[in-house]
Each structure stands twice: as C-alpha cells, then as structure tokens.
Design a binder for this molecule. Structure first.
Ligand code: ADP
Length: 225
C-alpha cells in the first residue's frame, strides 16, 4: 500500500506512567491526520515517536518502508532535517533573522549555499500570501503571518511528512482557520502527509481523518478506511 509513515504496536513508559500502550497507526501519501485527545493522553509522545524524536520502548516506526526507530541518533537527526517538517504552536522562528532566512535555514543546515537557499525560500512567500514580507523579522509579522513563515520553513525541504503540534493554538479563530487552510493545501500540493496534534475539533475538521487517543491507546482511526 502507499503508506508513508507507519507505527506498529508502539509502547512508551515514563517511570510508572504508560504514555503509549500499543498504538498502530498508518498515514498515506498526501493524507492529513488529526491526533486528538485530552491532555496527558499521549498525543505528544506519539508525535515524538513517529518523528524519531523519542525512541519507543517497543514497536516499530517505518518511513517509506525504512525502519526509523532503530536508527542511530545521527541518522535520525538527518532524517528529521530532510524528510520531516515541523510546525509548532508558537512558530519558533529565530527573531534576529529575516523571514526569508528563517525559511531558508533548514536548507542551509543541509549544506545548501546561502544565496541558493534564500532563493528557494522566497518561492514560498507568494503561494502562502506572504509576498513583500521576505525581509521582515518575526517581530514585524502578525501571529498568522509568522505561522505561515513557519509553514514555509516546514515545507522548504520538500519533506515526506509535516508534523504540527497545536499549530493554531496561539491564533484567533479566523486566523487559525486560514492557517489550517494554507497548511493542509500546501502539504497536499507538495505530496507530503500531515500529522496535526490538536484539542480543537475546528482544526481537526481540516484533516482527512481524526485519530482519538485515550490513555495511550487509539480509540478510533489508526488506519485509513
Ligand atoms: P498529551 O500530549 O496528550 O498531553 P503526553 O504525550 O505529553 O500527552 O503525555 C502522556 C503521559 O506521559 C502523561 O501522563 C505525561 O505526564 C507523561 N509524560 C510525557 N512525557 C514525559 C516525560 N518526559 N517524563 C515523564 N512523564 C512524561
């Protein structure tokens, strides 16, 4: 099947806390999946295991048929930089860099020369409604604009998967909707899949399906219909 990212029988404990209790999940090409559940249910831990940030105690993670969870940290870190994009709740842009350099950063970290990286980065500004904002610093952008810069930064390496953790959590409802529209459209347009952790049903509604997490288990939706 055209599964891009697969987690099988994932478990993770922190001391006596069972954060993941046997999770099976598969995400397909260009699919957007929302991960929902109450605070402490294991959403972030699941995201971190799938993104190779944390190793599960048992189970497996595969990206495009390649096993991720057993890779050494160096290889996993390279994978995160090249094949995964990340959007966080508070953009986490570097305040001293202009927007275009914030977007170019993942390319430069991967060895692309600065000029070329910035040229590639600029191509994202028009489609994301950011034309003219290229040289602004994050402090000179609205919350919604900063989040769109963060979306460009997540997509500039043409990743296979974009992970977003409460990407609209710091925005008002209208701006949040616009941000989700751009995030889902841009990832789909680039053939990437999107995994969004959220507690907001309005955010989840932008995704193709919703996975409900309770006490480290999935109630519904781990596999595509
Ligand atoms: P959610 O993202 O749904 O709020 P988390 O995945 O952050 O849930 O947490 C799941 C459970 O694991 C919670 O009980 C949390 O307290 C615990 N947990 C998560 N990370 C750690 C950690 N680094 N150390 C100890 N406990 C943790």
């Amino acid at each position: 099947m055209n599964d891009v990212l697969v987690g099988r029988s994932l478990t993770k404990r922190f001391g006596r806390t069972v954060a993941l209790d046997g999770v099976d999940i598969a995400v397909r090409t260009a699919e957007a999946v929302a991960i929902m559940g109450p605070s402490g249910s294991g959403k972030s831990t699941l995201l971190h295991c799938l993104a190779g940030v944390t190793g599960p105690d048992s189970g497996e993670v595969h990206l495009l048929g390649r096993r991720v969870d057993t890779m050494r940290e160096r290889a996993r870190s390279a994978l995160r930089r090249t094949r995964f994009g990340f959007v966080f709740q508070f953009g986490q842009l570097l305040p001293e860099l202009p927007a275009e350099e914030n977007v170019a950063l993942p390319l430069m970290l991967g060895g692309v020369p600065r000029r070329q990286a910035v040229r590639q980065a600029r191509e994202w500004f028009g489609p994301l409604g950011l034309a003219g904002m290229e040289t602004r610093r994050p402090g000179e952008l609205s919350g919604g604009q900063a989040q769109r810069v963060a979306i460009a930064r997540a997509l500039v390496t043409e990743p296979a998967v974009v992970f977003a953790d409460e990407p609209t959590g710091a925005l008002d409802q209208t701006t949040g909707h616009e941000t989700m529209r751009l995030l889902t459209e841009a990832t789909r347009h680039n053939g990437a899949c999107l995994i969004v952790v959220t507690h907001d049903p309005g955010v989840a509604a932008w995704c193709d399906r919703t996975v409900e997490v309770r006490d480290g288990r999935l109630l519904t939706g781990g596999m595509a219909a």
